[in-house]
Design a protein around this ligand. Structure first.
Ligand code: 3PG
Length: 207
């Protein structure tokens, strides 16, 4: 299944910050058990690459890399097993390196100019980030009018309640967020709590 199809199917992208790669397997278990076998592991900690490798080896979740800012990080992420690459903004260098590796790039865009720059690089699935402070669901709807071919994954400042506003839009494949995988809960090893949060979030966005 393609990554856009996978995102459309699950409707949620958990944005994960792992401080310790040993949490990767129990977190993968929690996501899979909660019914959300996908994760975006952010390059915000030194544990990111090993965490991606462990989650990819786990086999129960499709793993992507997040907060990818450079082409070198694309190499590291893909080498570790990332199947998709998410960036907060649009970088032609990151998108081109993703294409060379044959992995899906999900760059960020919140303006018409950024969307046009991404389209010029052949990318039509975009992260709308930071969603909450960039106009929210009405802004995504407005951008969708001229860019009917673009799919969005709004992320940033979304929770289980506001997710529904975005998911009601045909242009929205999925929403991303960290609310179901709180960094503090991962640090504390509270994986049963994370499983419950994931389960509740999956139920909240069920079609
Ligand atoms: C991201 O990198 O996508 C965001 O940090 C996630 O945003 P959130 O923590 O507000 O959900």
């Amino acid at each position: 299944m393609s990554i856009p199809d996978l995102l459309r199917r699950h409707r949620l992208v958990p944005v994960v910050v792992l401080d310790d790669a040993t949490a990767a397997e129990p977190l993968a278990d929690a996501l899979a058990t909660g019914g959300l076998p996908v994760a975006e592991v952010t390059f915000r900690t030194p544990a990111a690459a090993e965490s991606i490798a462990r989650m990819a080896a786990h086999g129960g979740v499709t793993v992507g890399a997040g907060t990818v800012l450079t082409a070198e990080q694309v190499d590291i992420a893909v080498g570790a097993g990332a199947r998709f690459v998410v960036s907060p903004g649009f970088s032609p260098a990151v998108v081109r390196r993703c294409r060379e590796h044959g992995v899906t790039a999900l760059p960020g865009a919140v303006t018409a100019t950024e969307v046009m720059a991404a389209l010029a690089e052949g990318v039509d699935t975009l992260k709308f980030f930071p969603a909450g402070t960039s106009g929210g669901a009405p802004a995504v709807a407005a951008l969708s009018a001229p860019f009917g071919q673009v799919s969005f994954v709004p992320t940033g400042g979304i929770d289980a309640t506001s997710a529904a506003d975005y998911l009601a839009l045909p242009a929205v494949l999925a929403v991303g967020g960290s609310w179901m995988v709180p960094r503090a809960a991962i640090r504390a090893g509270e994986f049963d709590r994370i499983t419950d949060l994931v389960t509740a979030s999956v139920e909240a966005v069920a079609h």
